[in-house]
Ligand binder design. Structure first.
Ligand code: CA
Length: 231
């Protein structure tokens, strides 16, 4: 089932959208102001976002710009009340995939959503595997590069493999055995202390250097990589 985030402050339109989309078999989440909507969208759990342009706290254009800046590529269909060509162009410039002028026919919105979802699926298939991201931390498999924000992080081959495995399983607690088998291989004969050593290397190059807690120790179990909380 596809998850739709609706960011719309006009309760009547928001409820109408929710009802229609649910009826079409979509799962919906509603945000009634810009800030809530942006925070929700940042979780990157949605397949598509319906985004109103005029919103309290943070407008649709700004949300769009920030999300694309955060490297969140969820398709966005912008809703604009004004039949204003410059808003449409700016919306598309900011990274929206499509726009609709209110009032609109629900069938047209549904059709555009299907197009945007299909397009996202096609482009996503090629890219997703290559780039792993957790907040500012990015790992590019094909270029064998790791960066935090704008700064490059130089890793050894093993450090890279360990980080890649952690990032592929973000938010999941990984036991030392799982890490050992997946990063060092089944035939590795050393002991699991090697993981702790390499975790220390990674922490000094990432967590300590950027003053964030990203690689966490889960006592008695193993390790977990998670987005750092805002300080
Ligand atoms: Ca509005």
């Amino acid at each position: 089932m596809k998850n739709v985030l609706i960011i719309e402050d006009e309760a009547k339109i928001a409820r109408f959208l929710e009802l229609e989309l649910k009826h079409e078999g979509y799962e919906t989440t509603l945000a009634l102001d810009g800030r809530t909507g942006y925070e929700e969208a940042q979780s990157d759990q949605y397949d598509i976002i319906i985004l109103d342009l005029m919103l309290p706290q943070l407008n649709g254009m700004e949300i769009c710009r920030r999300l694309r800046n955060d490297d969140i590529r969820t398709p966005i269909i912008m809703l604009t009340a004004k039949d204003d060509i410059s808003d449409k162009i700016t919306g598309l410039d900011m990274g929206a995939d499509d726009y609709m002028t209110k009032p609109f026919a629900i069938e047209e919105l549904l059709a555009r959503m299907r197009v945007a979802l299909k397009h996202a699926q096609q482009t996503g298939e090629g890219q997703q595997e290559d780039l792993l991201k957790i907040g500012e931390l990015a790992l590019n498999k094909s270029h064998h590069k790791v960066s935090y924000g704008e700064e490059e992080i130089i890793l050894t081959k093993k450090e890279f493999e360990l980080l890649e495995y952690l990032m592929q399983n973000k938010n999941i607690v990984l036991s030392r055995d799982m890490i050992l088998q997946n990063v060092w291989g089944y035939d590795y004969e050393g002991d699991t202390n090697v993981i702790d050593v390499y975790i220390r290397y990674l922490r000094s190059k990432i967590d300590q250097r950027f003053d964030k807690e990203i690689i966490r120790t889960v006592r008695g179990v193993g390790y977990q990589i998670k987005e750092a909380k805002e300080q």
